[in-house]
Design a protein around this ligand. Structure first.
Ligand SMILES: O=C([O-])C(=O)C[C@H](O)[C@@H](O)C(=O)[O-]
Ligand SMILES: [Mg+2]
Length: 443
């Protein structure tokens, strides 16, 4: 018997995954005047771009929130990564618990900008670690010639469905505010929402629609969803007022729209309220506000408060935690979908890789990406038939455009600090000086 000759051993240097440098670049990216229950999006929103460089010369990319509270943590957490291998992630996450979080950043209350549930020290750390994890996985994948989904155990689908994320919006940011012009026009009534949906479908092929609600009185939003149902019969529809309604209002909306909604998202704030609504309606409830940490799962699932959890690798702490969340949901018979804040192509690529590995992802994912005219990639990701193809290229399969990154970083440097923290209520006060974040329930 002949012994097959051993495959040539990889050049050890070419596989040295020791992290030698982590580059953190805060940027400001253009954002249209999208309305939500707290106010309106700023003309530019902060994001943080992370580059992890390994000793073999590979650079991995990650992206997360860019507000000051995340930047403060990014430096010390990145420091923990330098000198460690990029595939030594479990220990990084464990040791990250020692990194102190400024107590003034942790209110224990619902996040003021971004509507992502309660603020905790752990969640702040995880929001930064997620970008480090994604950048490490990108670097490891590039170095080994493997796509990120393979590092996560392999894809179970070749493309990931996304839904159109409809917003009430103004045509322009308030007069006098420096902003990029967008070509979507205004959407402040049912006809405007239907027109926006039509354009989403034409441009990207989306076949399901989510309307961000909590902006107008519930009857107006019910009328908008009814108009969508009439214009797009049979298309899954969702409405998300970010907890702006009382239990009784939630039940009224559920009764009126029950025949056309795929699910109602965070109609009311908090697990007890969601549980009460869920007990009194057959319409499935989804959340990215009352289940946003592992600690919140037990109460919500045992009370049957939510039927779908919208995962988000940013605040859940990365792609592997997203898989763990999906496994817990599967155990409890709870559905999984995906939440999105304003994000760029690095995050869309990361979302697509992890979504491709989750067997029980039965709903189209949210993505703000179509609203972002700017990116830091050499090539934008595209939606075809409402879906993003899962890349089989090494790592995430995306490439950084350094000139674009430098341009968007320059914008951040030039800002006087007014835009470096997302604050939708402050942005609204420019148009309406009397505006205060509405107390909930608003209706
Ligand atoms: O599903 C959600 O709740 C969101 O996407 C929250 C976001 O912050 C959205 O409301 C926004 O960007 O205005
Ligand atoms: Mg939501």
């Amino acid at each position: 018997m002949t012994t097959p000759s051993a495959p040539s051993a990889p050049n050890a240097r070419s596989r040295d995954l020791t992290v030698t440098e982590v580059r953190l670049t805060p940027i400001l990216v253009a954002d249209p005047p999208l309305l939500n229950t707290q106010g309106v999006h700023q003309p530019y929103t902060p994001r943080l771009i992370v580059e992890v460089v390994t000793a073999d010369g590979t650079t991995g990319l990650g992206e997360t929130y860019g507000d000051a509270k995340y930047l403060e943590l990014a430096e010390p957490l990145a420091g923990r990564l330098v000198g460690r291998r990029a595939d030594d992630l479990n220990r990084l996450f464990t040791e990250a618990d020692d990194v102190a979080v400024d107590a003034s950043r942790v209110s224990g209350q619902v996040d003021v900008g971004g509507l992502r549930g309660v603020q905790t020290a752990d969640k702040l750390r995880l929001s930064v670690l997620s970008a480090l994890e994604v950048a490490c996985l990108d670097a490891v994948g590039k170095s080994l010639g493997l796509p990120v989904h393979t590092l996560l155990g392999g894809k179970v689908r070749d493309s990931v469905d996304f839904s159109a994320y409809l917003f009430y919006k103004w045509a322009d940011h308030p007069e006098g505010v420096t902003a990029e012009k967008d070509d979507w026009g205004a959407a402040v009534d049912p006809a405007g929402v239907v027109e926006q949906a039509r354009r989403f479908k034409e441009r990207y092929g989306f076949t399901s629609f989510k309307l961000k609600g909590g902006v107008f009185a519930p009857d107006e939003e019910i009328a908008a969803v009814r108009a969508l149902a009439a214009a797009f019969p049979g298309h899954p529809l969702r409405l998300d007022p970010n907890g702006a309604w009382s239990v009784e209002t939630s039940l009224k909306v559920a009764a009126e729209l029950g025949d056309v909604l795929e699910y109602l998202e965070d109609p009311t704030l908090g697990t007890p309220g969601m549980a009460e609504v869920a007990a009194r309606t057959g319409v499935p409830l989804a959340t990215n506000m009352c289940v946003t940490t592992f600690a919140e799962i037990k109460e919500a699932f045992t009370r049957d408060a939510v039927q779908v959890v919208l995962s988000d690798h940013h605040y859940w702490g990365g792609l592997r935690n997203t898989q763990q969340l999906a496994a817990i949901c599967r155990t409890f018979g709870v559905g999984v979908s995906m939440h999105s804040n304003t994000h760029l192509g690095i995050s869309l690529a990361a979302m697509t890789h992890v979504a491709a590995t989750v067997p029980n992802l039965h709903h189209a994912c949210d993505s703000h990406y179509p609203w972002q005219s700017e990116d830091v990639l050499t090539e934008r990701l595209t939606f075809e038939g409402g879906a993003v193809r899962v890349s089989d290229a090494p790592g995430l399969g995306v490439e950084l455009d350094r000139d674009r990154l430098a341009f968007l970083h320059r914008r951040w440097l030039d800002d006087d600090g007014a835009l470096r923290d997302r604050d939708d209520a402050a942005a609204m006060r420019i148009a309406d000086p009397e505006w205060v974040t509405p107390s909930v329930p608003r209706w």
